[in-house]
Design a protein around this ligand. Structure first.
Ligand code: CP
Length: 338
């Protein structure tokens, strides 16, 4: 639809106002949440509020990143993260280049660094990278001048997912402070869990990890992190009933069937019996409790379909707000820095 001059003026002014309101942002890259402070997470949340306002308009596009190029470099499958980063970049008027390792020169032996330097030479201002190897985005950040955003690396981190989870909780509860958040299932192999542990504890939530002992990471149970700790202190439970008691939020994680082959679980059937989030177990949580899931969902395995699609599920909301959160991240690393 053609826009009137008045509408253009208003949107330009809104972007200018957004830029004026964002305090100094010191991060050129978003690699994990372990080095993002509470005040900085608040900046992401406030910036996301502004992006939600943009998305509520008839024309959901602002010229903030016009002339910039965002490359999505995905070495692993993705539906939500890739699509929402690309939508976010387009909503900010950036040019978007979608790189997939399948069908590229990676299949001819091109190294990660060679690929990234090539994408930069082609004009990338930001590279959104997903890789099966933990640490790949850190390698990228060392070798390119572009901003790097980690879209999931191995078992290590998935910061934009954790930020959209925080934003969903902030919308639902007003504040994350003091919420009892139960992360349930295969936590050992979950980059979502790791970034969420950092983000949730930074924002004052009480985090409970619950799953079979073979799928739980080593965590400290001290009051405060000690030097060398890989994660902040959290409560750990193997008894699901005890974990869910008085929970405000339950976040079952995808049970990765491939883990079966490594002998960490006797059988999926046993896992379902002991750890599936079903209606009866959800009844142990507070009556206002909500269910989050990063997706993709294994219906009938880690979560019963009635819970995944029930009225306490915020799974679709997580996906929807993910676009605004990723617009905020692109804006902050590319446009909001002073
Ligand atoms: N949550 C998440 O990372 O989903 P995708 O793998 O579909 O991107």
């Amino acid at each position: 639809m053609a826009q009137s001059r008045g509408e253009n003026m208003t949107r330009a002014q809104a972007v200018e106002q957004m830029q004026m309101q964002v305090p100094a942002w010191r991060h050129r890259h978003i690699l994990d949440l372990d080095d993002i402070s509470r005040a900085e997470i608040e900046i992401v949340i406030q910036t996301t509020d502004a992006m939600m306002e943009v998305l509520s308009r008839e024309v959901r596009r602002v010229p903030t990143l016009r002339g910039k190029t965002v490359v999505t470099a995905f070495y692993e499958a993705s539906t939500r993260t890739k699509a929402s980063f690309e939508m976010a970049a387009k909503n900010l008027s950036a040019d978007v280049v979608s790189f997939a390792s399948a069908g590229s020169s990676v299949e001819k032996g091109e190294s990660l660094v060679d690929t990234l330097r090539t994408l930069q030479a082609l004009g990338a201002d930001a590279i959104i990278i997903r890789h099966k190897e933990s640490g790949a985005p850190y390698v990228a950040a060392r070798h390119v001048k572009a901003s790097v955003i980690n879209a999931g690396d191995g078992w290590h981190a998935h910061p934009s997912q954790a930020l959209l989870d925080l934003y969903t909780l902030r919308r639902r509860f007003g504040s994350v402070e003091g919420l009892r958040v139960v992360i349930l299932g295969d936590i050992l192999h979950s980059r979502v869990a790791r970034s969420n542990i950092w983000g949730l504890t930074t924002m004052g939530a009480s985090v409970v990890l619950c799953g079979p002992p073979t799928l739980l990471p080593q965590v400290s149970r001290r009051e405060a992190p000690a030097p060398g700790d890989q994660l902040p202190p959290v409560e750990v439970q193997t008894d699901i009933e005890r974990a869910l008691d008085s929970a405000d939020v339950v976040m079952p994680l995808r049970l990765q069937r491939e883990r079966q082959q490594s002998g960490l679980l006797p059988s999926i059937r046993e896992y379902v019996q002991l750890y599936q989030l079903n209606e009866q177990r959800l009844g142990l949580a507070r009556k206002e409790a909500i269910v989050l899931h990063p997706g993709p969902v294994n219906e009938g395995v880690e979560i019963a379909p009635g819970v995944a699609y029930g009225d306490r599920s915020a799974i679709d909301e997580q996906v929807s707000v993910g676009v605004a959160v990723r617009m905020a991240l692109l804006f902050l690393v590319m446009g909001g820095r002073r």
